[in-house]
Every structure is written in C-alpha cells, then in structure tokens.
Design a protein around this ligand. Structure first.
Ligand code: ADE
Length: 394
C-alpha cells in the first residue's frame, strides 16, 4: 500500500493526530491493520471493532494487538450481541473522531450513547450504505457532528467499489463454490459502481450477464454496456448465479425463490445481509445443510436446491479476503487524510455530510500513479489558456 505508506511516514514525522482518540468500525483485515498503524503513527489512540461479524481475520486482529500494540475488539463469527458489545467497547474509549464502514458506530452514538456526542469532533464514512444512512440522519436534522463521506471520493468509489468489489465478489463466489463462470447466466442486481464492476468481471470470465436495476438511467447504461436487462422476477427464472449489490433490501425474496432453477447460487456483496431475504428462503426450505464451507444448500418444499453463500453476508469478505491491498491503498489513504482534515477543520464544519476535499482526492490519484511508475503530460500555457477561455472558437 505505497500511498498509505507515504502518509504513514509523514504522520510519523508530523503527528497530526497527537492526543486524539479515534474509534474505528471497519472490516478487520490486513489492509485495515495498515490503516490503523498509520493512524497510530500519526499519534492517535485507536480502538478498532468489526463492521461485519464474518469479515474479521482473527490472525490480523491478533497481530495488530500483539505486534503493534493495537486495541481490537473483534472475533470472526461473533454473534449480534457480541458485535454490538464490541462497538460499545470502542465507544467506551470516548472517541473524538469516528471512522465507520456502514455507520453502525454513528447509529449507536445517535441512539444509546448520546452522552458521548459532546466530545466528538467528527467522523468519516467508508461505504455507500453508510453514506445513505448518514444523509438520512442529516435530512431529518439529527446529525450531531460533521462527517466526511470517504465513499464519495473519486479515488474511492471509482476503484474500490468498481474494481475491488468486481474482483473480490467473484473471488468469494469461486472460492466458496469452485464453479466455472464461463457459460453461466450471472444475474447482477444493482448497477451502481459495485454492480458495474461485478458485471464487467463476470462478462470477462465468460458469463452471460443479466442486470436488474430500478434506476432508468443506470438500466439504460447497462443496456448500452451490452448486458441483458430484466426485471428481478424475469431474471430469477433465467439465472444460475445471483449477486446482489443494491444497497437496499429484499433484492431476492419469496417471489424470486419460488421460480429459481434447481441448483441456483445466491450471494450478496452489499453491505448488510438484508438484500437476500433469508426469512423468505427459510419459509420455503424443507431441509438445509452445509455442502461446503460458506455454501448452505436449501432444499425447498418442491424439491429444488438453492445454495446460499456466506449466510447472505458480504461474500467477498466472508468467503474471500475483501478487496486487494492495491485498491484499499487509495480508500484508506482517503480515510487517513480525511481524519487529519477533520482534526484540523472539524470545529469549523457544520453538522453535515461533506465530500472529501478535491485536493486530497487529486493528491491520492497523483501519488498512486507515481507509485505505479506512470507519468502523465502537463498542459502547455497555451493549452491551459485555451481551456479557460470563452472567446476562442472557430
Ligand atoms: N472492504 C472491502 N475490502 C476490504 C478490505 N480488504 N479491508 C477492509 N475493508 C474492506
């Protein structure tokens, strides 16, 4: 993670987070460990808990504590109560900066732990789902401190959501099932940046890709990108593999399970495990068994088998290792610099959801290109003047 490494070196020298307690709720992976080390190098006292019960890499959590003196509250496979007790442990550290992936800490702080709000400078948010929740909180006038929406940075969503989710989702599905994607009908539900990434990688692997999308513009884009676009119900009859990346709920529910083929594989790569309605699936299930790790076969009342991957949780993190370091480098560079920005400027910000300042976004792109050994041209003065003029035409 060369961009993050450069930030860490500067943080070590300048200590921009000295004296700050930072509460992070992120997937506990090797890439996150690198971010935590960077924040600690900047002088922060960091508490880390998991943002999903199935994404914690226990060996990473242990190493962070044992080798780097980190404070981690997470264990792979934790139940709901443990998950929230770990969020509470981070809250007990009285964070001044929050760093969420899905807005669970913010949600706890705005409900059960409001007493901690006066001590908070601001927070950052990693993912689309979290930003949606935070904007809803802002719209109701209830957001209690400023947030930087890291997800909205171009160096985040154009790469992490698209290429990261695209690759790691298929990685999770293939690791769990060992299926050949070539020749299969893969249904991608949702055509945001994650859906675009999953679709293009599935197409590259030789699958026939079907897209389901509720937004007309995005659906049209999917058509012109060369995919078949169907309603969820039509796609349910056709598909072999279903992947939800909608950010919403019930992308797959009773009406879809009723018509799916025998052997259908269903997976979710959206943040929360509500995109596949597991209660609806259980309602038509006669028996279920684990046929491989992360593959639960549901035998339906009418004798079909539907294979649920990773219990409907983020398949890329539960059945694989999440996005590769090369892409998390940019996402977490945004996190580190946004935390620094919040420490410097939080006091003067309003209780709003802000985008990452453009100069941070551009600087991360510049550093990433440099680390890849890619040089780009600079405009000549004449070209620059032309691009800023209104009176130079034919
Ligand atoms: N989100 C997706 N992939 C991730 C990773 N490798 N580490 C942390 N968060 C992630």
């Amino acid at each position: 993670m060369p961009v993050l490494a450069q930030i860490r070196e500067r943080f070590e020298r300048e200590k921009p987070l000295e004296g700050i307690t930072l509460g992070a709720c992120l997937h506990v992976t090797t890439e996150t460990a690198n971010l935590v080390r960077t924040l600690m190098a900047g002088g922060a006292n960091v508490g880390l808990c998991a943002s999903n019960p199935l994404s914690t890499q226990d060996e990473t959590a242990a190493a962070l504590v044992d080798r780097y003196g980190g404070q981690v509250f997470a264990i792979h496979g934790e139940d709901n109560d443990t998950y929230y007790s770990h969020i509470d442990s981070v809250c007990d550290m009285r964070p001044q900066i929050t760093m969420d992936d899905g807005a669970d800490v913010i949600s706890v702080l705005h409900t059960r732990r409001t007493d901690l709000i006066p001590g908070i400078i601001g927070g950052t948010e990693e993912t689309t789902t979290g930003v949606i929740r935070l904007k809803a909180l802002e719209a109701e006038g209830k957001l209690a401190f400023p947030i930087v929406a890291v997800n909205e940075a171009d160096t985040k969503h154009l790469f992490d959501n698209r290429y990261g989710t695209g690759q790691s989702t298929l990685d999770g599905i293939v690791r769990a099932t060992n299926i050949l994607l070539a020749g299969r009908k893969v249904v991608v539900m949702g055509y945001g940046w994650c859906g675009r990434g999953v679709a293009v990688r599935a197409k590259g692997a030789g699958a026939h890709v079907i897209v389901c999308e509720i937004d007309p513009l995005r659906a049209l884009e999917a058509v012109m990108d060369g995919y078949e676009v169907l309603t969820g119900l039509e796609a349910a009859r056709e598909g072999d593999v279903f992947i939800s990346v909608t950010g919403g709920r019930d992308a797959m529910a009773s009406q879809h399970f009723e018509v799916m083929k025998d052997g259908a594989i269903i997976a979710n790569s959206g943040h929360f495990d509500v995109e596949i309605n597991k209660n609806d699936l259980d309602a038509i299930t006669k028996a279920k068994r684990e046929v491989r790790p992360n593959v639960e076969e549901h035998l339906t009342e009418d004798g079909r088998r539907i294979n649920l991957l990773a219990d409907g949780r983020l398949v890329n993190l539960a059945a694989a290792e999440g996005h590769p370091a090369a892409v998390m480098d940019m996402s977490f560079a945004n996190q580190a610099l946004s935390a620094e920005h919040m420490v410097k400027n939080g006091a003067s910000l309003e209780k709003k959801v802000y985008t990452v300042p453009e100069e941070i976004d551009k600087e991360i792109a510049r550093l990433k290109l440099e680390s890849l050994g890619v040089e780009i041209d600079v405009l000549t003065d004449l070209q620059d003047t032309y691009l800023h003029s209104w009176d130079q035409g034919t």
